[in-house]
Design a protein around this ligand. Structure first.
Ligand code: C5P
Length: 241
């Protein structure tokens, strides 16, 4: 399928329109960014690894009955997806204390939470996706109560399936960010992607970080970490063609 216009021009992902108005092509680049895109680099092969990881995860979730925008993998770095009306809320799921939660609340990183925490963030790059709550989301017209209830319920299911999947790969799912969109008929679907760029993944045996924190904190071997995640998931799940 031919790419037409650029719909979204991000650092690690570009989205293109296609001749079919209901479909888009998502293309993963080798670029990585952090801290409001101030810190940037190129990690060789990252586009292929993130596309492959997200593709395997979305197929796995679809197999569990989760509705997603994903249609098929087109190439090493590209996937075909349904075009959605994006709900401008980033949903962060936390199973273990880390990152901004540890900083904001003065808590020790690595402590397993008694139950998952769901944070909502208003998707706005210029404001660094600020934290909001249900009241903001409804009052600002980002989603209504029914949609939020469905988002929380599906997010909880997704967290359960992903925790189980990563555990089988010897990886602790510390936290992750997801996003939802609506199909033309109003059906809520998981969109965006799930990769080590948007999830904290720790090796269960060694505690080694296998995600973007390696880049954020200059730990090195970012590509090797992403390759480890890819290889372990590939062993568990069929890679898609
Ligand atoms: O920064 P924070 O600790 O709140 O991030 C929680 C999780 O959400 C991390 O896995 C991070 O990579 C992801 N995240 C993201 N995009 C954002 C904010 C957070 O992928 N804009």
């Amino acid at each position: 399928m031919e790419k037409t216009s650029v719909v979204y021009n991000g650092v690690s992902v570009k989205i293109y329109g296609t001749a079919d108005p209901d479909k888009v092509i998502i293309s993963f680049t080798d670029e990585i960014s952090a801290f409001m895109k101030i810190k940037r680099a190129v990690i060789k092969d990252k586009g292929r690894l993130c596309n492959g990881i997200s593709c395997m995860i979305f197929r796995y979730l679809a197999g569990k009955g989760i509705k997603t925008h994903f249609i098929e993998q087109l190439s090493d770095t590209e996937q075909l997806c349904r075009k959605v009306e994006v709900i401008p809320i980033e949903v962060i799921v936390r199973n273990v204390i880390a990152g901004s939660m540890a900083q904001r609340l003065g808590l020790e990183e690595g402590v397993v939470l008694k139950s998952p925490v769901y944070d909502l963030c208003f998707q706005n790059d210029a404001l660094n996706d600020p934290l909001i709550n249900d009241y903001h989301a409804i009052a600002l017209g980002l989603a209504d109560r029914k949609e939020l209830d469905e988002i929380y319920s599906v997010t909880s299911e997704i967290n359960g399936y992903l925790k189980e999947m990563f555990e089988a790969a010897g990886i602790t799912l510390v936290d992750f960010k997801i996003q939802f969109g609506k199909l033309p008929d109003g059906t809520l679907v998981l969109d965006d992607d799930v990769t080590p760029d948007s999830a904290r993944l720790w090796d269960m045996a060694t505690g080694e970080k296998l995600d973007k924190d390696r880049f954020r904190h200059d730990n090195g071997k970012v590509g090797d970490a992403y390759r480890t995640v890819y290889a372990r998931l590939e062993k568990l799940l069929e890679p898609c063609e």
